[in-house]
Write a protein that binds this ligand. Sequence first.
Ligand SMILES: [Zn+2]
Length: 98
Amino acid sequence: MAQTFVDRIVEQLSTSLRARLGTLVSELERDARARIGNGVRGGRPGRKRRKLDMRCRVAGCRRMSRGPRFGFICDEHRKKLSKREQAAAREAWNAKAA
Ligand SMILES: [Zn+2]
């Protein structure tokens, strides 16, 4: 079976993605901290990781997405919606979350 081949690709993808995400997140954190300055939010130095919101970004959808690698869109909507519609759903969700 082509299983091992696929496994290898998935492995490589997730490794590089994790590395890239890690850099991005730490950059964002640094940036946010610099902007907030000295604990406007009563911040304690302890690292509090915000939990990833895994819910599907499509309005009204209650399913869980598979996370950032899948654009936070659930399987059902990834099948149903075009890339553009998925991006629009993400944008709307971000706007609401902000
Ligand atoms: Zn959905």
